[in-house]
Ligand binder design. Structure first.
Ligand code: BGC
Length: 408
């Protein structure tokens, strides 16, 4: 549970022009965001590019060079460097577990989502960008989703990511955060980044299958992100691959066929699981043939579809546990969970399964007309969210507040 120094939610009247940089699991996105004081009127100009795979397992210098070069190119392309004496404020969306002593600082605890870049853990992930522009805030993607969504929808209770990784943010009272030493009044609201992908790293609660154990053992950070490895998009396709190989080894699936190509880790992505649950049987059969490069019968296709549904259903039900835990702890009984991420947005059955499980845990009336807590599509957390947090922070600084802000 990480404090974010985001004190409360936006009013919707925040204004200003901000640059944001988003280092996600797959892409790097740079945006110019203009907030005009009306949630319906936001201008976003953006440039996104895929992170080269070598960056994800390279060293810190390559990562920061890539980030600052992309930022510089963007600024040049939008003529934001030449005639400006004042440096534009920058919001940095950093979707990894960082502990924050200040809002414009974040010490990376550990890489997640398969990243393994030397020389960043333990250091300030915001340091490199601080020199490039006027860095105002480092924001987790869940915090960004929470704030961007609350900017437009006051019923937002939680910002969540169900994507490559999984996590959520909610608003706590400062007085309930026992680890925080501050003079802020106890009823001051503060967004908390739960980092619940790391739930049960001690492996005391969740039953793990042998496939979960392999995923963990083979990952760059064994023993970490235990909950995430069972529920997030990065891993669902990999769990499927391991089960298929195991059944094949036992002669129970695709007997006599050559599945050597499937030995490549992370060869199957979660999109395949979505297709197997969405498409008619013959289309699924063709898709499997194409992915596995072998002959597939209809009954084997049925088996594969069943496996895909079991894996995705477990993932969706686990995702609802994280949200249910927050709702129970805070006594939240209604509202909107603003969710982003490929699993939430692209898996055909995720939302339905997630809602069903949430109702079971929170014991909603079986005859209810509608669900009291619903999943909504989060607004752009890493662009608009990071910009709104920056606007809120600058406003606070102008008002003379120094809580969670480094001396300038
Ligand atoms: C990271 C979180 C992030 C989540 C969703 C996890 O791996 O630790 O910081 O919010 O992925 O992107």
């Amino acid at each position: 549970m990480n404090v974010t120094w985001v004190l409360g939610l936006p009013s919707g009247h925040e204004i200003g022009e901000f640059v944001t940089v988003d280092l996600g699991g797959t892409n790097l996105r740079v945006c110019l965001v203009r907030l005009k004081g009306q949630p319906e009127e936001i201008d976003v100009k953006q440039h996104a590019c895929r992170l080269p795979p070598t960056i994800k397992t390279g060293d810190a210098r390559a990562l920061w060079n890539f980030l600052t070069d992309s930022l510089e190119e963007f600024l040049k392309a939008h003529q934001l460097t030449a005639n400006r004496k004042d440096r534009l404020p920058l919001g940095f969306c950093f979707s990894y577990p960082a502990s924050q002593e200040y809002i414009d600082h974040g010490k990376l605890k550990t890489w997640t989502k398969g990243f393994d870049i030397d020389g960043v853990e333990g250091g300030d992930a915001a340091a490199q960008l601080r020199n490039a522009l006027e860095l105002v805030a480092l924001v987790n993607d869940t915090t960004g989703a929470m704030v961007a969504s609350a900017y437009k929808d006051p019923k937002t209770i939680i910002g969540a990511i169900f994507g490559t990784g999984c996590n959520a943010a909610y608003v706590e009272n400062v007085g309930s955060i026992s680890k925080l030493q501050t003079n802020l009044p106890p009823d001051t609201p503060m967004v908390i980044n739960c980092e619940y992908g790391a739930f049960d790293n001690a492996h005391c609660v969740l039953p793990r299958t042998k496939y979960d154990l392999i995923i963990d053992k083979e990952s760059p950070r064994p023993g970490e992100q235990s909950f995430e490895k069972m529920s997030a998009g990065l891993y669902l396709g990999e769990i499927f691959r391991l089960i298929i190989l195991d059944l094949h080894d036992k002669g129970l699936l695709f007997p006599g066929q050559d599945l050597t190509d499937l030995n490549e880790p992370y060869k199957l992505d979660t999109g395949l699981l979505s297709d197997l649950e969405d498409d008619p049987l013959d289309a699924c059969c063709a898709r499997l043939k194409e992915c596995l490069g072998i002959h597939v019968t209809l009954s084997e296709t049925k088996m594969a579809c069943f496996l895909a549904s079991v894996i995705a259903n477990r993932g969706a039900r686990l995702c609802s546990c994280g949200i249910a835990a927050i709702c129970r702890m805070k006594n939240i009984t209604s509202g909107h969970v603003a969710a982003d991420g490929t699993v939430a947005n692209k898996h055909p059955k995720f939302k339905e399964r997630w809602a069903k499980a949430l109702g079971e845990i929170l014991r909603w009336d079986k005859d209810r007309r509608e669900d009291p807590i619903i999943i909504t599509s989060a607004e752009d957390g890493s662009g608009v969210g990071a910009a709104v947090v920056s606007a809120m922070t600058l406003y606070r600084i102008h008002q003379g507040s120094t809580d969670g802000v480094q001396e300038r």
